[in-house]
Design a protein around this ligand. Structure first.
Ligand SMILES: Cc1cc2nc3c(=O)[nH]c(=O)nc-3n(C[C@H](O)[C@H](O)[C@H](O)COP(=O)(O)OP(=O)(O)OC[C@H]3O[C@@H](n4cnc5c(N)ncnc54)[C@H](O)[C@@H]3O)c2cc1C
Length: 393
């Protein structure tokens, strides 16, 4: 049994890594630092190359959550977390593939066999990218009020509406779309697999200070016709089923943020040992060293919480509260740590030769994506105090 000792992290996690886990950690760390980090800033202005997607597939990243019979490795949640943390050290946005592929594998689990055979092997080999579309221009946190419609016409469904702020909108091949096929509220919502090369689909990519590699944007569905067997799961169960299954993703996000912060802190430790001010390395000024110590402490606490979620998910135990905790805490302490690293580097920190500003912009995006801090705190209070004390339902 190995123990996690990434960078300047003190070690001693309650998670005991198996030999396979430690090997994965080493492999992903090396790939992140050698293959991803040197080009991290490039993908803010150039498209993420298909070759690199395939390379990620070759080292097993794309198929981590895909069942073995469809070409994946059916990893544990802890392993998914290791991948998120380690790869984010090189390129924070690569963790979006982990998130979306895990969500797609889970949702497509309830789909028609032909859909699974068509899409899951393509996800695992890095040939296909899948998006997940819940948010709309008018509804985000209260997604159960969504307006996109799916109307049954003979053997088809016809989808109409706009989905907003969708990761991979610019180049996804398939989108898992939540649409209203019944009445008001969550029980009127179903889930549909919509290939994005169909007539009536159009895309609009947003300019964005962070996460440009994920080509986030809007997807417009203008009378898009899909076969009825592209509905996933039973009528009206799409929303409720999906929401229950996704707690683990909050820890994936937290660990990606932790990875970006841990890498920034590692870089800052080295910088502080070498940069001199007032006749000595800045690391010998307590004002510098203590800041680093505090951020290492908070980032480590976020890491522990996130791996606890993954362990609970692996053992099939409830983890909604801890998942909501790490989703607000992880991105927040990570963004704060990276902010401090920017300032501790002085003027070069605020430039585009170093990755620090980009990391901060990327991490802040995921303070919002998959649920804001306020919504997470609402979940925690609901779980602790009871549903009757929630301000919203
Ligand atoms: C980088 C990124 C990637 C994303 N990727 C996807 C994706 O792939 N697919 C997808 O479907 N969506 C995606 N989203 C959208 C994301 O899930 C939503 O932005 C998020 O759920 C919040 O919704 P909203 O932006 O509409 O904010 P709103 O719901 O309009 O909220 C605005 C503000 O009000 C606060 N607020 C709302 N209700 C309450 C309340 N009851 N109590 C206290 N405060 C409240 C919120 O916390 C927030 O600060 C992404 C967003 C980002 C930034």
């Amino acid at each position: 049994m190995g123990r996690l000792r990434p960078g300047h992290d003190p070690g001693g996690l309650p998670v005991h890594f198996s030999e396979t886990d430690s090997l994965l950690q080493e492999t992903f760390r090396r790939f992140a630092l050698e293959r991803l980090l040197p080009d991290y800033l490039r993908w803010q202005s150039e498209p993420f190359p298909a070759d690199l997607r395939r390379e990620l597939a070759e080292i097993g990243v794309m198929g981590l959550s895909v069942p073995e019979e469809y070409g994946g490795s059916a990893s544990t949640y802890v392993q998914l977390g290791i991948a998120a943390e380690e790869l984010a050290r090189g390129d924070f946005n690569v963790a979006s593939f982990l998130q979306l592929n895990a969500i797609a594998s889970m949702l497509l689990g309830g789909a028609d066999e032909s859909l699974k055979r068509r899409w899951l092997p393509a996800v695992a080999s890095g040939e296909a990218t899948i998006a997940f579309a819940l948010t709309e221009p008018e509804v985000g946190s209260d997604a159960a009020r969504l307006r996109t419609r799916a109307v049954r016409e003979g053997d088809d469904f016809v989808i109409t509406g706009e989905k907003a702020s969708i990761t991979f909108a610019g180049y996804a091949d398939l989108c898992l779309v939540f649409a209203r096929s019944g009445g008001e509220g969550a029980r009127g919502i179903s889930l549909f697999a919509v290939p994005l090369d169909l007539p009536g689909v159009s895309r609009q990519v947003y300019p964005s200070p962070g996460g440009r590699m994920t080509s986030r944007g809007s997807l417009h569905f203008d009378d898009v016709r899909i076969p009825a067997d592209h509905q996933i799961g039973a009528e009206g169960t799409g929303f409720i089923g999906a929401m229950k299954a996704f707690d683990f993703n909050r820890a994936v996000i937290a660990l990606a943020c932790v990875g970006a912060a841990a890498q920034s802190l590692d870089e800052t430790v080295e910088y502080a040992k070498n940069r001199e001010a007032f006749g000595r390395p800045i690391a010998r000024h307590e004002g510098v060293a203590f800041q680093i110590a505090e951020h290492l402490t908070r980032v480590h606490a976020a890491r522990l919480l996130a791996y606890e979620v993954m362990e609970l998910a692996d053992s099939g135990e409830p983890h909604t509260t801890q998942a909501a905790m790490c989703k607000w805490y992880g991105p927040k302490v990570s963004a704060e740590a990276i902010h401090a690293c920017v300032v501790l580097h002085g003027w070069p920190g605020y430039g585009s030769d170093l990755p620090l500003m980009q990391r901060m912009n990327d991490v802040i995006g995921l303070e919002i994506g998959d649920g804001t801090p306020e919504i997470m705190k609402g979940i925690i209070s609901r779980e602790v105090m009871g549903r009757e004390y929630t301000a919203y339902r």
